[in-house]
Ligand binder design. Structure first.
Ligand code: CP
Ligand code: NVA
Length: 307
């Protein structure tokens, strides 16, 4: 199966159930050492307009493990930071690179890069989605439970980029997803429609403002920061609104006894998650962070046609 060769990953909804299942299987095989696909001489470009530790380093490490090279196109050291039109940048980078990963604000910008470049373009986080994160998250769930299908994921907090891709990812793999946010912080309605269209009743998508409603019997509790990059000015005013949505020991006790806890990181201990839960025995957060690299190695190998 080489269905992803040459493809973009702008939204998790760009993948079918078969494709994401295949990608997760390749990631698991790469992680276990069963396969070692190689893309020598291929070059990955990174255009990151927001800070990043995990995504930047795990993409770079993944590309080096594939035998390829990475060019970091720091916006401030290129003409990107001086406002060269995306259409021009994309057409030029297309001539030098084999694959491009972009972290920026507007989803429309990654779409514009993809429109103007022939090479695969990967969304490394926008305000709307974070698809690569969810590949690693689902790999972590699969490792823990053997399969994602039929399980229940509960996300507490802001209906943000991570929540959006998580909702789509759960729908793709047949996981029930319950999202509890404060009033006015619910996920995007268009994402919910897409998720419902993908799942076609195979799994549930529940949105609630009750922080406890989604916990019972849940297999995975997930949270993310209450103020994302670009929203720092609102961080303090959000704290009292979001406090009931914190993942703490009491929340864990309402979930399934085998529940695991995930967080995409970086975390604000004492805000969206307690120190005790982060460092506790149900946390799989460090494996999850490691899995960014394995999942992205699989993704790069696939889009470069190396598997
Ligand atoms: N989870 C994640 O994307 O982390 P970074 O912002 O460090 O890349
Ligand atoms: N929602 C967070 C995720 C960081 C990986 C943000 O966009 O800042």
């Amino acid at each position: 199966m080489a269905a992803l060769k040459g493809r973009n990953l702008l939204s998790l909804a760009d993948l079918t159930t078969d494709e994401i299942t295949h990608l997760l299987a390749i990631a698991a095989q790469i992680k276990s050492g069963e396969i070692n696909p190689q893309c020598p001489q291929k070059i990955l470009g990174l255009v990151f307009k927001k800070a990043s530790t995990r995504t930047r380093v795990s993409f770079s490490a993944a590309m080096y493990k594939l035998g390829g090279q990475v060019i970091d196109l720091n916006a401030n050291l290129t003409q990107i930071g001086r406002g060269e039109p995306t259409a021009d940048t994309a057409r030029v980078l297309d001539r030098y690179l084999d694959v491009l990963a972009i972290r920026t604000y507007e989803q429309a910008e990654v779409e514009a890069f993809a429109h103007h470049a022939q090479i695969p373009v990967i969304n490394a986080l926008t305000d709307l989605e974070h698809p690569c994160q969810i590949l690693a998250d689902l790999l972590t769930v699969q490792e823990e439970f053997g399969s994602c299908e039929g399980l229940t994921m509960t996300y507490l907090g802001d209906g943000n980029n991570v929540a959006h891709s998580l909702i789509l990812g759960c729908a793709l793999v047949g996981m029930n997803v319950r999202v509890a946010t404060p009033l006015s912080y619910e996920p995007d309605a268009a994402i919910l429609e897409k998720a419902k269209a993908i799942s076609q009743g195979r799994s549930e998508v529940v949105i609630t403002n009750d922080p406890k409603a989604g916990l019972e019997g849940s297999h995975v509790l997930y949270t993310d920061v209450w103020a994302s990059m670009g929203q720092e000015d609102f961080a303090d005013t959000r704290i009292p609104v979001f406090e009931p949505y914190r993942i703490n020991q009491a929340a864990l006790e309402l979930a399934d006894p085998k529940v695991i806890v995930l967080h995409c990181l970086p975390a604000h201990r004492g805000e969206e998650i307690t120190e005790e839960v982060m460092e506790g025995d149900r946390s799989r957060i460090w494996n999850q962070a490691e899995n960014r690299m394995h999942a992205q190695q699989a993704l790069l190998a696939e889009v470069l046609g190396a598997t």
